[in-house]
Write a protein that binds this ligand. Sequence first.
Ligand SMILES: Cc1ncc(COP(=O)(O)O)c(C=O)c1O
Length: 376
Amino acid sequence: MRPIQMVDTKTQYHKIKPMVDTAIMQVIESSAFINGKAVQDFAINLSTYMGAKHTIPCANGTDALQIAMMALGLQPGDEVITPSFTYIATTEVIALLRLTPVFAEVDAKTFCMDPVALEKAITPKTKAIVPVHLYGHAAPMEEIMAIAKKYDIYVIEDNAQAIGCNYTFTDSSKKKTGVIGHIGTTSFYPSKNLGAFGDGGAIFTNDDVLANKMKMIANHGQNKKYYHELVGCNSRLDSIQAAILDIKLNYLDEYIVARRKAADFYDRAFARHSKIKTPFRAPYSYHAFHQYTLVLEGVDRNGLNQFLADLKIPSMIYYPVPGHKQKMFEQFNVATQLMPVTDWLTERVISLPMHTELDEEQLNFISTKVLEYINK
Ligand SMILES: Cc1ncc(COP(=O)(O)O)c(C=O)c1O
């Protein structure tokens, strides 16, 4: 059996190596390392894939969130509602910009923002909502957008974990997650569904004014070289990463099919087990399975994590400490906030290896060992 990894980017690379190597060499030969044709081509192709009017490539998914929030003209103390059950990047940038993070509870089944909790968290100071499509499952965007419209609040979708996820609305129309809100952001961190060979990120919007502002912010606040109208930052996707991503974009849908196949295998193996909840798939969400995350009931989760590690099966706890309990947010007095679902999930989730290269032998070994531990 091939060694089991949480993510196997090397095997994935080897399947497209000649194309990727040629694309990298072309950038090197062109010497257009910054903002070269490769970046522009990738942005155009990604816009087409996403159905976005504008795609703004940037340095990483955290910068993408920061630039999106900077573009909204928010003032210190303005409130931004986000889940506590997410990767720290989502919430950290809110505090970094001297805005106030307000944590809303998630749904126990989808792991994503609960619209009822969202509406309860809205105050006159709420200026933005940042739903997260966690693990590759879409947040309930139709309900979230209706609430945002009612209160006239911006929505920034954190799509770092769900690029390639499709959302089906009640009228049967479809959109990609990341282009439903006013702005969407994503990450090309190597382990992501569309992973670079280094860092990368992108911002999506259909709003011309916001697009221009975000382009400027990502480029030191300038439209014209050396004329800086806004306080911005330096956040660029480099040309080599763009060239690699442009090749991989052609395979993204195929990659997601492979992830979903692995998820189906796990689902079958763990079906109807009283101590295991397999990932829920809401009818509106075409799950992109960035992670395959179980919720365990009455199982020593850390014991399982160690048992698997001893067998050279990696597993991960995403995330062991929810945002509202992170020390960095002490100043907001949120540690004692009641977040029963988030706290419950934090203690019970475990993510199994999930990537495009898992074969049946590996999946069988992983699921057999998980069941062996849980049934003992
Ligand atoms: C939900 C979420 N938001 C934001 C980010 C930040 O992306 P990056 O690591 O590219 O800065 C990540 C990725 O790690 C993420 O999972």
